[in-house]
Ligand binder design. Structure first.
Ligand code: ADP
Ligand code: MG
Length: 246
């Protein structure tokens, strides 16, 4: 049975003479959590930007559930590498900001945002401004903002790379809980191999540009995963060996 949900086929993107993506294909099933790892500058962000239509692909098709992704933008939650909050809005209004463009009335927006914050255990910081939040709380609010649109798929570009390792563990747990509760499909870019092994159902290892899938690894370790477990360490080392960008 073909259970493809997100289907990327023959995608190509160049910047002048620099070929970043060339005839790239990747299929993702519904509710799959796919981590993409690869060297810095290989084209991971460009890939997501092509998916979002923020960069125009030179060739290829991107389908979500059989329809062009460009027609289904409202199904997609995108968290870019630089995503930040509006400093003049509190957590609730920052979360609600994501659906402002839809023309949803303010009171309804705030109600939806309140639920999104609640889902991530952030209700008690709803009235705080970004300067009053920790870095990881700020990241959680950007996720809540994406959740307001009830996305079927989340595209996340190295969302936790600036977060200290202790707080990051909490963010991982929250994301896994969200996934278990909602069944959302996730395409998650990271260069942190431990993060990929902790979160993913599948790890896609990319080569340097033009990106090629070097390895496509199904991760069958049961949840909750233990970073000190020997099978975990073995897989982490295997993926690290595959990447070797240093
Ligand atoms: N708008 C652009 N114009 C020219 N080159 C770009 C542009 N965006 C990205 N690149 C180049 O494409 C390559 C891939 O970049 P990027 O997708 O950001 O990599 P990654 O996210 O994997 O670190 C890099 O060499 C980068 O310099
Ligand atoms: Mg990037």
């Amino acid at each position: 049975m073909d259970d493809t949900y997100l289907s990327i086929n023959g995608l190509s993107k160049r910047f002048g003479s620099l070929s970043v993506i060339e005839d790239f294909s990747l299929q993702i099933a519904q509710s799959e959590f796919v981590c993409v790892v690869g060297p810095t500058g290989c084209g991971k962000t460009t890939l997501l930007r092509c998916l979002m239509g923020l960069a125009k692909a030179d060739a290829g098709t991107i389908l979500l559930n059989g329809q062009p992704l460009s027609l289904k933008e409202s199904c997609v939650g995108y968290i870019s590498q630089e995503d930040t909050l509006m400093p003049w809005l509190n957590a609730l209004d920052n979360a609600a900001f994501g659906i402002k463009i839809r023309g949803t009335p303010r009171s309804e927006r705030r109600q939806i945002a309140g639920k999104a914050l609640d889902k991530l255990g952030l209700s008690d910081i709803a009235s705080r401004f970004p300067r009053e939040m920790s870095a990881s709380q700020q990241k959680q609010v950007t996720l809540a903002r994406a959740l307001c649109a009830e996305p079927e798929i989340l595209l996340m570009d190295e969302p936790y790379s600036q977060i200290d390792s202790t707080s990051r563990r909490g963010l991982w747990e929250d994301l896994l809980r969200l996934k278990a509760q909602t069944g959302v499909t996730v395409l998650f870019i990271t260069h942190n191999v431990e993060e990929a092994v902790y979160l993913a159902d599948r790890i896609v290892v990319l080569s340097d540009k033009p990106i090629v899938i070097k390895q496509d690894i199904r991760v069958t370790l049961p949840f909750p995963r233990d970073i000190a477990d020997s099978a975990f360490i073995e897989l982490r080392e295997r993926v690290t060996e595959e990447i070797k960008w240093w």
